[in-house]
Ligand binder design. Structure first.
Ligand SMILES: NC(=O)c1ccc[n+]([C@@H]2O[C@H](COP(=O)([O-])OP(=O)(O)OC[C@H]3O[C@@H](n4cnc5c(N)ncnc54)[C@H](O)[C@@H]3O)[C@@H](O)[C@H]2O)c1
Ligand SMILES: O=C(O)C(=O)C[C@@H](O)[C@H](O)[C@H](O)COP(=O)(O)O
Ligand SMILES: [Zn+2]
Length: 370
């Protein structure tokens, strides 16, 4: 029996991401056994479908490919490396070659099955192939569901840093099958909690209360609030990107904690998970906000407490500051020589801190230095 024929499938939750900057609205579905939704999203014009998946999900990728082949599409499965190793120009070129050799035209469709690294790469391949083909995201990690697959930021890394090449190219739909979280290692599950906690601090403090009520339960898919945490975070993301797809202003709040996080990821040669780096980055941003006189002590301290309660890191090697500072200069929020950070002026009150005094950065760094 294919997943699309599962009689147990309950009605999924549907969150619509409104169209923005001339793009079409699309739905994020959260539930179980959602593969039956794929053909409607692929549409009737498509003849070929490419299923991109990481090595770790070879079985799932093949199952989806077979399901679509049985429905009459010409299908290819394209296996890419796990995690950040997939977000390179050479892997993108490998995918372009696979599309070219299969005769992939503008009406054909990419289906991305995997975590945020896979959906970032696949979305970028879809954005660049023939200058843009339709793609559908099937995120299989917490982080992919609540953040990476939603909002249309796609991209790859370069030797100089994280996500430096990419495109805004929203998917035609996002299918979050909760069953896929059962196979996710706890380390990866917890990494996704960092982006959920980010959504809590920048927009929806109820998220923080749900996690603080039982941090241990939040560390796995069986917790009492799993679905609510995912849904609340997706609603935050959907609402923010709806107003500013191309990040001309308000969308920058989703980058809370990311200025330092991306520098840590590069410094660690991408052996740290993104969420772990975002966790340290948010503590840094909270300290920066406090030192700049914008954020109260209690909210700043709450970052360290809630992040460490679920097992996320809140410190980083103290001897790396010059390298981190250098990398932060190429952050996408920078303007010329001016570094720009998202800070909080209270719970759910994000703001931009422009060109902070270097002494403030050093002082904030001292608070996270191990
Ligand atoms: N585009 C965006 O808006 C956006 C937002 C947030 C993060 N991101 C990006 O997302 C990436 C991080 O994504 P991630 O945390 O999902 O990690 P990931 O994609 O690197 O996946 C982590 C590991 O889990 C494996 N995996 C995935 N699903 C699995 C499953 N169900 N069971 C077992 N193993 C599974 C992967 O193959 C990989 O080895 C980073 O590159 C980050 O920059 C993008
Ligand atoms: O969607 C956004 O906008 C974000 O900033 C979400 C982040 O969680 C995500 O990591 C994003 O990929 C970072 O984007 P970048 O523009 O800083 O590379
Ligand atoms: Zn992120």
């Amino acid at each position: 029996m294919t997943a699309s024929q599962d009689p147990q499938a309950a009605e999924p939750t549907r969150i619509t991401v409104p169209g923005s900057a001339g793009t079409q609205p699309y739905d994020v579905l959260i539930g179980r056994s959602l593969l039956g939704e794929l053909p409607a999203l692929i549409g009737t014009e498509a003849r070929r479908v490419a299923v991109l998946h990481p090595e770790a999900l070879a079985g799932t990728g093949e199952l989806i490919r077979e399901d679509l082949a049985a429905q009459g599409y010409e299908t290819i499965a394209v296996q890419v490396p796990n995690a950040e190793e997939a977000k390179t120009a050479s892997v993108a070129a490998y995918c372009w070659k696979a599309l070219g050799q299969s005769g992939f035209t503008r009406t054909d469709v990419v289906v991305a099955v995997g975590g945020g690294a896979t959906t970032d790469l696949s979305g970028f391949v879809a954005a660049s192939w023939l200058r843009g083909v339709r793609w559908i995201a099937v995120p299989t990690t917490v982080l992919g569901m609540v953040d990476a697959a939603v909002g249309g930021k796609t991209g790859i890394n370069t030797a100089e840093g994280k996500n430096l090449v990419g495109a805004f190219h929203p998917p035609a739909g996002v299918l979050c099958d909760l069953a896929s979280l059962d196979s996710l290692p706890v380390h990866d599950y917890v990494s996704g909690l960092a982006e959920i906690i980010k959504a809590g601090f920048i927009a929806d403090p109820a998220i923080l209360a749900l996690i603080e009520a039982d941090p241990q339960a939040a560390r796995g898919p069986g917790g009492p609030h799993t679905a609510e945490l995912l849904e609340r975070s997706i609603r935050v993301k959907a609402q923010v990107v709806a107003g500013d797809l191309r990040e001309s202003g308000p969308r920058e709040i989703l980058n809370y904690g990311h200025t330092l996080a991306h520098a840590i990821e590069k410094n660690e040669r991408y052996t740290w998970r993104h969420g772990a780096a975002v966790s340290v980055g948010m503590v840094f941003a909270a300290e920066l906000g406090r030192i700049a006189g914008r954020l109260d002590d209690a909210t700043a301290d709450r970052h360290r407490a809630v992040l460490s309660s679920v097992g996320l890191p809140v410190t980083y090697r103290g001897d790396q500051w010059p390298r981190l500072l250098e990398t932060m200069r190429i952050d996408k929020k920078s303007r010329g020589d001016r570094l720009r950070f998202i800070v909080l002026e209270g719970l759910a009150r994000p703001a931009v801190l422009e060109a902070p005094d270097p002494g403030m950065l050093v002082a904030a760094h001292a608070e996270i230095a191990a």
